[in-house]
Design a protein. Structure first.
Length: 120
């Protein structure tokens, strides 16, 4: 009986931890990252993230155009285009002076991708 109760408690704890969306869309809007590549799903390896980050930083330095790549698990029913514009504005991709940023948002479980551009 103790084993069954222990297993039940572990399963319940696991369900609670997995039911919390790791991307938590509202929290994501508030937490402005310092890097241009943000993989919240673990899809990219550390080497892939770093290589892409280096290329995007070099592109930003040479053109003043920022490109941010964001990989999230799910949109929780939100429209990808609307959320991507909110994300770009909240994070300030492209800067206030130029507004020439690009955000590539990938929602892995939803099988959706959106590219949002600034006005510049």
């Amino acid at each position: 009986m103790k084993k069954i109760l222990s297993i039940f408690i572990l399963l319940l704890a696991g369900l609670v931890s997995f039911s919390q969306n790791e991307s938590d869309l509202d929290k994501l809007l508030k937490n402005i990252p310092k890097q241009l590549v943000n993989d919240f799903t673990g899809t990219l390896t550390a080497d892939q993230r770093q290589a892409l980050e280096n290329k995007l930083v070099a592109f930003d330095d040479s053109t003043s155009t920022q490109i941010a790549v964001v990989i999230i698990s799910t949109l929780d029913g939100n429209d990808i285009a609307d959320y991507n514009v909110k994300l770009g504005r909240a994070w300030g991709v492209g800067g206030k002076d130029f507004s020439n940023g690009v955000v590539l948002l990938i929602a892995k479980k939803d099988h959706k991708l959106n590219i949002a551009t600034g006005y510049g």
